[in-house]
Design a protein around this ligand. Structure first.
Ligand code: PEP
Length: 250
């Protein structure tokens, strides 16, 4: 059975000291509640090793990106082996902000996914359409292409290790959430796309998270949908109480 997951994406927020404090708060809060889902925080590279030292097994740790090369003359980049060496187990790949501002293409993402898997990092692979694509009724095709081009080079065994995050770009950081029905419609489509390529077992076993202005007030309705297996949370992951409000929606 697929897992329910709530994952935070801190983006470029918090100093190291602030980040360690927030991670400790989330870690302590989780000990109190015993969540009905897996909980992960994805944090800036600079924070990974320190945060890994202060959290317990019940809280997963991930990076927000990794390089498309293993090592070498790529000044400023952080490789998948480096991320793994901090103790992190997850990595967000293909976030729309990286596609949009840093020119990440499907070809780059295929390299990153391969390196993440080689280093035992679970990719949280993001997909999602921009507003013009939805308005032009192209959102189903756009999301399918992102999955086909970025992931369908993988074997079924490799694909089974991927977590998907559907994040309509028009809903990220805008306060405008997809309705639960819009999310469900797209998640069901994504599961069909996976089933066509890898079969029902793999499709039914894949966790598909929703991301885009998810908050304690709307998480329950979104997570109640049969194909929504949790959330990737940006803004609301930066306050322990808000993040826990979403975790507790399960
Ligand atoms: C994100 O960037 O992954 C995200 C979902 O952001 P927010 O929750 O702030 O919309």
């Amino acid at each position: 059975m697929r897992k329910n997951i709530v994952a935070g994406n801190w983006k470029m927020n918090t100093t190291l000291q602030e980040g360690v404090k927030l991670a400790e708060e989330v870690n302590n809060a989780l000990k109190e509640v015993k969540p009905n889902c897996d909980v992960i925080i994805c944090v800036p590279f600079t924070h990974l090793a320190s945060i890994n030292n202060v959290i317990s097994k019940g809280l997963g740790l991930g990076a927000e990106n990794c390089a498309d090369h293993k090592s070498g003359a790529y000044t400023g980049e952080v490789s998948a082996p480096m991320v793994a060496s901090t103790g992190a187990k997850y990595v967000i790949l293909g976030h729309s902000e990286r596609r949009q501002y840093y020119g990440e293409t499907a070809a780059t993402l295929r390299e990153k996914v391969a390196l993440a898997l080689e280093n035992d990092l679970t990719p949280i692979f993001c997909i999602g359409e921009v507003l013009e694509e939805r308005e032009a009724d192209k959102h189903f095709d756009v999301v399918k292409s992102q999955i086909v081009d970025g992931l369908f080079n993988l074997s079924a065994e490799e694909f089974s290790k991927i977590i998907l995050a559907y994040e309509p770009v028009w809903a990220i950081g805008t306060g405008k959430t997809a309705t639960a029905d819009q999310a469900e419609e797209m998640h069901a489509h994504i599961r069909n796309v996976i089933a066509e390529k890898y079969g029902q077992d793999v499709a039914q076993g894949t966790s598909i998270l929703y991301g885009g202005s998810c908050k304690p007030s709307n998480a329950k309705e979104l997570f109640a949908k049969p194909d929504v297996d949790g959330g990737l949370i940006g803004g609301a992951s930066l306050k322990c109480a808000d993040f826990m409000g979403i975790v507790n929606a399960f």
